[in-house]
Design a binder for this molecule. Structure first.
Ligand SMILES: Nc1nc2c(c(CN[C@H]3C=C[C@H](O)[C@@H]3O)cn2[C@@H]2O[C@H](COP(=O)(O)O)[C@@H](O)[C@H]2O)c(=O)[nH]1
Length: 306
């Protein structure tokens, strides 16, 4: 996570399409009530939870597929989370490692009760297979074993996930430098922490080191709050719902500046309230604000990372 923080700051110091507005940031923090609104994990009531191994398997599968819903206006993260929950309730073996390796696109659709091809469906299938193969090869088929191997360290778990599962290697090259964003790997940890309330599989001694999860909702909320400002060219592209290509300077700046801005927000909250808040808490608050605002204009990139 230190790499995520350091490389985001590096991008923010050189960015030209996106600016982290210092006074906008201060104004946003001035409006925050003591210290931030608390949002419960699973406030939507859509996730599977049985308090054990199967929940860990569910969350890992969910976060392996937790990206790019916007191309289908009826699809959403909620629909994926609840679809996978129902699938698991109907068949406790649906996410066994050997089964994950064999799903086809139509079978995944059937599992989710989704009537048409999913966005980036081939990639979703490839990533499911990758999870099944590697869980079986290195972790006795169990995501819980993967979590057990991290010694209660979120940083170690991000390292383990990204070294074993290439699909989670969310990074980019920006102005010749490698930039780390690691959205899905980090959100898996946040989901464990939230679901298990910081105990058992959700116990991490360095949970505060996680950054926000640079998706397409949180940047849009930060822009609406006046924390991020976009160049007029980028604003026009986003407001027209045009696509931004994956790995472009614009896309990397949007995501990295969002991470950097929230790190700065944490410092201002500390100064104002004398209380440390974690990115994970700020992220859930900002994200929940964003999904309750259907008119929010977000950037559109075809990506397997978020
Ligand atoms: N930064 C951030 N991004 C998040 C989440 C979550 C869900 N987290 C769960 C954890 C606890 C709660 O109970 C939530 O249910 C999804 N996303 C991203 O949003 C986008 C989906 O948007 P739409 O197409 O409108 O459904 C997509 O990029 C998806 O990857 C989050 O927490 N933080």
């Amino acid at each position: 996570m230190e790499e995520v923080k350091a490389t985001s700051a590096w991008v923010a110091s050189r960015s030209s399409h996106v600016i982290v507005d210092t006074s906008g940031l201060q104004t946003a923090v001035d409006k925050i009530k003591c210290p931030i609104p608390k949002v419960e994990w699973d406030f939507e009531g859509i996730h599977y939870f049985d308090g054990g191994l199967l929940t860990v398997q569910y969350l890992f599968v969910l976060d392996a597929l937790n990206f790019c819903f916007w191309p289908d206006k009826d699809l959403s993260y909620d629909r994926l989370a609840s679809g996978l929950k129902t699938a698991l309730q109907n068949d406790k073996h649906a996410f066994d490692a050997d089964r994950l390796q064999t799903y086809t696109g139509p079978q995944l659709r059937e599992l989710l009760k989704w009537p048409r091809p999913l966005p980036l469906e081939d990639e979703r299938i490839r990533l499911l297979h990758e999870v099944g193969v590697e869980l079986e090869r290195s972790f006795e088929g169990k995501a819980a074993k993967l979590v057990d191997s991290c010694g209660n360290s979120a940083a170690s778990l991000v390292g383990l996930i990204t070294s074993h599962f290439p699909g989670f290697r969310d990074h980019a090259i920006y102005k010749g430098h490698q930039v780390f964003l690691y959205k899905r790997a980090q959100i898996f940890i946040a989901d464990l922490w939230g679901a298990f309330r910081g105990q058992g599989y959700g116990s991490f001694n360095d949970i505060g080191s996680i950054t926000i999860f640079a998706d397409y909702i949180v940047p849009a909320v930060l822009r609406q709050m006046g924390v991020l400002r976009y160049s007029s060219a980028l604003s026009s592209v986003i407001d027209a719902n045009d696509e931004i290509s994956s790995g472009s300077e614009e896309e990397v700046e949007i995501r990295s500046c969002s991470i950097y801005a929230v790190e700065k927000m944490k410092e201002l909250i500390w100064t104002k309230f004398g209380k440390k808040v974690m990115s994970i808490e700020l992220d859930l608050w900002l994200w929940s604000v964003g999904i309750q605002c259907p008119s929010l204009q977000h950037h559109r990139t075809l990506s397997i990372f978020y």
